[in-house]
Design a protein around this ligand. Structure first.
Ligand code: SF4
Ligand code: SF4
Length: 133
């Protein structure tokens, strides 16, 4: 007798209601495969995509996505839409973005909803520090 397949656990977060905390990490690391996907997505060569969208990180060999100014968090990934707070290259996004948070819950989402509930403000955007202001 075959065992019934276990259902994957339901996600308990909703990226559509989040301002994109994970897109505001200072170091969003990419691989050469990710750059190849970025190149394909934008109709560029690998070299052009690497130059336009990435730069060297602090660690040896580390490559990270370029950033832009962000109204709420100081800076964020260059591909984060400032209005919708969604990813503008969803189909071409890097592996690390596809895999985050990797578990059923997202700590940022829990934090956001704790704050929104406490303040009774469904649109509140919580920041963890304001050093950049
Ligand atoms: S921080 Fe969590 S809820 Fe927000 S966009 Fe990223 S994965 Fe989604
Ligand atoms: S590529 Fe998209 S999902 Fe990844 S950090 Fe940038 S905006 Fe977020």
């Amino acid at each position: 007798m075959t065992k019934p397949k276990k259902k994957p656990p339901r996600q308990s977060y909703n990226c559509l209601k989040c301002p994109g905390y994970c897109c505001t990490y200072p170091r969003i690391c990419v691989t050469q495969e990710d750059i190849a996907l970025l190149a394909e997505h934008h109709g560029l060569t690998h070299k052009q995509a690497a130059k336009k969208f990435t730069k060297d990180g602090h660690e040896p060999g580390e490559i990270i996505l370029r950033r832009q100014e962000d109204e709420h968090f100081g800076t964020a990934c260059m591909f984060l839409d400032q209005e919708s707070r969604g990813c503008t290259i969803y189909e071409g996004r890097p592996t690390i973005c596809r895999e985050f948070p990797g578990v059923r819950r997202c700590g940022y989402y829990d934090f956001l909803f704790f704050e929104r509930r406490t303040l009774e403000d469904a649109d509140h955007i919580s920041v963890t520090n304001n050093d950049w202001m």
